[in-house]
Design a protein around this ligand. Structure first.
Ligand code: ZN
Length: 506
């Protein structure tokens, strides 16, 4: 086969695998949105069948042979130097996923999947009964499986690095330690300072906000931000998420609570941020594995940038508040854009990660990261985990956990064996502010554009500088290319200080 024929075949195999993944995602999207309750059992079998088919595609020996014929090996994933840069980037991505998929024996994958189902069921029971001991042996099993997998992927010495690498390709404990150490110190100090001030008045947020009007506002807002309704849609689900079902089919979900307008509103902005990234990959990457986010952290940088940096800013609400007030004239009577801005930025340390505000959120992540690191290095036993969790909660957030259900058992991630996943959330905050700093450098009057509803200005910049790259660069490379700096916490900390000092009179 000629080089061109090999490339054509590689693109074809990649395209097929993406179709299988999207078909499976469609069934899962349906399960979270419209599936009648009794349909769950068949659906689980259907999804498992498709995932099996996808795995076959990912481990297809022909894929391995084609990669090799184009010069792509584990040592030199980019392959032949005569290939175009885009082709070489695609080879790198496909080689990595092929190696990941083929290095795990089928038996190990099946055993781990079985253990995961049991572990999740045990976690649900343990959380309900507030009894960590019911979950402890399963957690140990999940840790053991994760270690085994990481070792097979080539991370013999520090298996935890292999798990970080899964979500944030190229990320290591050393890099995260360097970034998180100042972050931890400054955030605990800032949180303490804010907690000592009087809380802002947000009582107008505890009123009744009719759900149909929330939906009207949300649907308009996502379009205003740049969501293309010809290429996606918004639906309802218990937990908001974004999923891609095809190049021109990107779905987001939200949920509405009559007495909590912020939950639905900010999930729509957050998920729209994810969707704008997915809608922004350039035509030349269409239908390939390069039309994807660079990493989970980079994806989260986009959603949090729209949700927090833009969506919780004063110019944003100076522009949009009149429309909101028109729809909710009762609860927002006598409230100004400035009042609303203060209300949506209230800081209150809480025991629960998903309820955390912009200032304290990353501390919840640092807590989990430090515990995961110690669990994997053997420094911390599973039995001692609840005690250490509670001690860190006091140290970082100044809060005493009353129950394990609201403490160490609050997140589903560990029960699914998703270790090394949490850091990406905090990295997303940091990446987002580094990217925002670069944007502000190029567009100094960005606040005016936001105030006047010209969201095409920040979106255009992000398209041009970030989205255009798709998955061509590793996350660390992308941040360096876009911002000229390695990942660090300074831009994020500067932003918080500048924003919250006047809000809390610090
Ligand atoms: Zn997100």
């Amino acid at each position: 086969m000629s080089k061109q024929e090999l490339l054509d075949r590689l693109y074809e195999l990649d395209r097929q695998n993406r179709h299988w993944a999207h078909i499976s995602a469609l069934l899962q999207w349906d399960q979270e949105t419209y599936l009648p309750p009794a349909g769950v059992e068949d659906r689980a079998e259907q999804v498992a069948l498709l995932e099996g088919r996808l795995h076959e595609g990912q481990t297809n020996p022909e894929l391995g042979r084609t990669l090799e014929a184009l010069g792509s090996t584990s040592e030199n994933p980019w392959g032949d130097e005569s290939l175009t840069p885009v082709n070489r980037d695609l080879l790198r991505v496909l080689r990595k996923s092929y190696d990941r998929a083929t290095r795990l024996p089928a038996e190990l994958v099946a055993q781990a999947a079985k253990a995961e189902a049991l572990s999740q069921a045990a976690w649900v029971r343990a959380r309900k009964q507030n009894d960590f001991s019911l979950f402890a042996p399963h957690l140990q099993t999940m840790i053991d499986f994760a270690k085994q997998k990481a070792r097979l992927w080539g991370f013999e010495e520090l298996p935890y690095n292999g798990l970080l690498d899964l979500h944030e390709s190229g990320m290591t404990v050393d890099t995260i330690d360097r970034v998180f150490t100042p972050l931890r110190r400054e955030l605990t100090a800032l949180t303490k300072k804010i907690a000592a001030r009087s809380p802002v008045d947000r009582s107008f947020l505890d009123c009744e906000y009719p759900v149909d009007r929330q939906d009207r506002f949300g649907q308009d807002l996502m379009k205003t931000l740049g969501f293309e309704v010809q290429r996606g849609r918004l639906d309802l689900s218990a937990h908001p998420f974004t999923t891609t079902l095809g190049t021109d089919d990107i779905r987001i979900t939200t949920r509405y609570f009559p007495k909590n307008i912020l939950s639905g509103l900010f999930s729509i902005i957050h998920e729209t941020g994810h969707a704008l990234y997915e809608m922004g990959f350039p035509p030349e990457l269409r239908g390939t594995s390069l039309a994807d986010g660079a990493s989970m952290g980079i994806h989260e940088s986009q959603s949090r940038l729209w949700e927090n940096v833009i969506g919780r800013s004063l110019p944003f609400w100076e522009g949009l508040f009149p429309r909101l007030q028109e729809l909710f004239s009762e609860p927002l009577k006598g409230i100004t854009a400035q009042d609303f801005y203060r209300g949506v930025n209230a800081v209150k340390p809480s025991l629960i990660r998903v309820d955390a505000d912009e200032v304290t959120y990353s501390l919840h992540i640092i807590l989990r990261y430090e515990l995961e690191k110690r669990l994997f290095s053997g420094d911390l036993s599973v039995d001692a985990l609840p005690r250490e969790w509670n001690a860190l909660m006091v140290e970082l957030l100044g809060l005493e956990s009353e129950t394990d259900a609201d403490g160490v058992l609050q997140d589903v991630h560990w029960s699914m064996g998703a270790f090394g996943y949490f850091p990406s959330y905090a990295l997303g905050n940091l990446y987002g502010l580094q990217i925002w700093e670069a944007l502000k450098n190029d567009v100094p009057d960005i606040d005016d554009h936001i105030q006047t509803g010209r969201f095409d200005v920040p979106l255009g910049w992000l398209r041009d500088r970030v989205h255009r790259l798709g998955a061509r660069l590793l996350p660390l490379e992308l941040i360096e290319t876009v911002t000229g700096k390695a990942p660090d916490s300074r831009a994020f900390l500067d932003y918080l200080t500048k924003k919250y000092s006047p809000l809390y009179d610090l």
